[in-house]
Design a protein around this ligand. Structure first.
Ligand SMILES: [Zn+2]
Length: 189
């Protein structure tokens, strides 16, 4: 199956749909999951990917790279799959100039929680509960938004259009920023 990457240029309405819950009561989800995992491990530019970005509007996320100090390392693949993830707790506040494989060169300054607790099912349908702190929380919260049809450009405090090399330079002076680690974070704002 040929994967066509969904982008705001060609598929804005598609990307704005709310993804469906994955039905874990039969094995059909395994096929979608394999497509997502294969794609996630094949694209070394990715930090993470929601399945809707490759044309599968189901609540699944592939997490590849969340170590802020190693974003340039193309070999890293955490290979974490999250099915039907739900944020059950969020606190703290961070800011980061995010990009998105679906949003081309649009870079947005986004506020996200410092810490999130997520319930999800793993590849073997086992229910998991995990806490992510710091940059991994930003990466995963970005993907969680895709499941609800929300793009980072929809919630950016500031937006810039910049090519990849310029973004790398820009981030040297505008790095990931922790505002606080423990205050309440309102996920609905
Ligand atoms: Zn994205």
């Amino acid at each position: 199956m040929e994967i066509v990457y969904k982008t705001i240029e060609n598929d804005l309405e598609y990307l704005k749909q709310v993804s469906e819950e994955v039905d874990l009561s039969n094995d059909e989800y395994m096929r979608d999951l394999k497509i997502l995992s294969d794609y996630g491990s094949s694209d070394d530019r990715l930090l993470a990917l929601a399945s809707i970005q490759i044309g599968i509007p189901k609540r699944m996320i592939y997490v590849r790279k969340t170590d802020l100090s190693k974003l340039e390392d193309k070999e890293i693949d955490e290979h974490k799959v999250m099915i039907n993830p739900v944020i059950v707790k969020a606190c703290g506040l961070t800011r980061y100039w995010e990009t998105c494989a679906s949003c081309l060169d649009n870079m947005g300054l986004i506020e996200r929680p410092y810490k999130i607790e997520i319930e999800y099912f793993n590849e073997s349908r086992k229910k998991c509960c995990e806490v992510f702190e710091g940059f991994p929380a930003t990466v995963i919260a970005h993907e969680m938004d895709h499941l609800d049809g929300i793009l980072h450009i929809d919630k950016a405090i500031e937006l810039l259009v910049m090519e990849e090399d310029d973004r790398k330079e820009f981030r040297k002076t505008h790095p990931y920023e922790i505002i606080n680690k423990d205050q309440e974070f309102n996920m609905n704002k």
